[in-house]
Design a protein around this ligand. Sequence first.
Ligand code: NAD
Length: 341
Amino acid sequence: LTDPVRVGLIGCGYWGPNLARNLHEIPEAELVTCCDLDAGTLVKMRMLYPQVETTSDSSDLIGDENLEGVVIATPARTHYGLARAALLAGKHVLVEKPLAMSSHEARELMALAESRQRVLMVGHVFEYNPAVREIKSLIDRGELGEVYYVHSTRVNLGRVQSDINALWSIAPHDVSILIFLLGAMPETVSAHGGSYLNGKVEDVVFVVLSFPSGVLAHVHASWLDPGKARCMTVVGSRRMVVYDDVASEGKIKIYDKGVYRKGEPIFGEFQYRVHSGDIAIPKIDMAEPLRIECQHFAECVRSGKRPLTDGASGLRVVRVLEAAQQSLEREGATVALGPEG
Ligand SMILES: NC(=O)c1ccc[n+]([C@@H]2O[C@H](COP(=O)([O-])OP(=O)(O)OC[C@H]3O[C@@H](n4cnc5c(N)ncnc54)[C@H](O)[C@@H]3O)[C@@H](O)[C@H]2O)c1
């Protein structure tokens, strides 16, 4: 058994306490310090974890020689500055998604982590989700046949943001899942959105991504919807999968359904056969994805291993969001991503 990795958490608002709970619970880490600008939030953290130190000054935490890792769960626009300061101070960093607000910033963080030999990991939590991993394994084993297209819905009512739009706030999850499942970057992106609540940021976005080999993906992300839905449909030539993250049981349903061409065309027209077979619900051991993510961070710090969701993974997602943002600003124009370099 190795010593637990001593970490400090910056940002204890909505999401931070979930990280705090996991970092506190896992044997691989020790939550030493919590930081937040809000004094009342720190009082709550001390009530939950009496042994934890608190500070409202992130530079106190970042400069603390006793800490090995810094976990950042502050608003997206502050990620780059805080992650940069932490890496410069020689800390290993786990930063919430998105890694940064531009690919330029993301590349700088990657280079810094590389030169300082520090772990830089991004909280693309769905890549640690056993259900998403099951779909990845189905695709990789050819169980779905050739993947035709993917449709993703991530909507709810509330948790309205005014500093970033639904693309940067919600869609990073879908983008990271798509790149993970398909093992490729999209070639082009186009996006439409609507700003209804404050006229400043899009509350709803519709993003279309086209991947090499012809896979098409559609993402609907919104905080202005009657119900909470986190649903992804993957349509393949042999089978189709519906992944409902909100379902308490049977998150994944594999439909043995497909449409096949029959023989040679008759008078130039193909005939089709619709196959509608069984629906399978694989049993998935649903460990908490955030716990797996936190354990992976600690393991990478101790072993020097590169995280699954490393800086390069963070950059890939940011590049797609950046392209989608350009498209949003050009009324849905198709934006090509081009090779990374
Ligand atoms: N993985 C997920 O499923 C998931 C879900 C929600 C949010 N998030 C991510 O978590 C991050 C935080 O989101 P949230 O919804 O918790 O936001 P939030 O506004 O509820 O909380 C952010 C907290 O950070 C504090 N803060 C801001 N700047 C600070 C600074 N310089 N130093 C110390 N504290 C500071 C604020 O006081 C606030 O308490 C975002 O990056 C978001 O994308 C991830």
